[in-house]
Design a protein around this ligand. Sequence first.
Ligand SMILES: [Zn+2]
Length: 153
Amino acid sequence: MTQIAECSECGNTRGLFGECPHCGSSIPPLLAVDVVEFNIKQGNPSVEDAMDILADKIRDLQELGMKSIILIHGYGSSGEGGRIKRAIHEALESNHHADRVEEYFFGENVPYGSAAFHDLMKKRPGLKRYIRHFKTSNAGITVLLLGSKYRNA
Ligand SMILES: [Zn+2]
């Protein structure tokens, strides 16, 4: 999550959050990309912690103006990875993040080359940089398209 933004004040490359390491500016940075990938398994959180982390991440990134998140959660029928994936699916399907997530696509439903995949790339061309994540039935990712359903309503 570094090297994808530049400081609005000094123009140097900086991280998305916190102060600019170069000039100390706390003004939100300009985004160099509109897609980020986020591995929610980093640090091996519990399911509960992972869901808190995800809610914060969605809020922070949506408020910065990020357009899409490639959420890497892994899969598996047992273990924490599988539980995190199921919790994410359930949260999305019950519209838990609907105020900030316009649309979501489970990796297994947008395999490389499919019609759904092409539709998704048309909606968010920035995702093409991350094409390596899209393969046949990649159940280990979920793509979140950020925006506000209500903003332009
Ligand atoms: Zn700066």
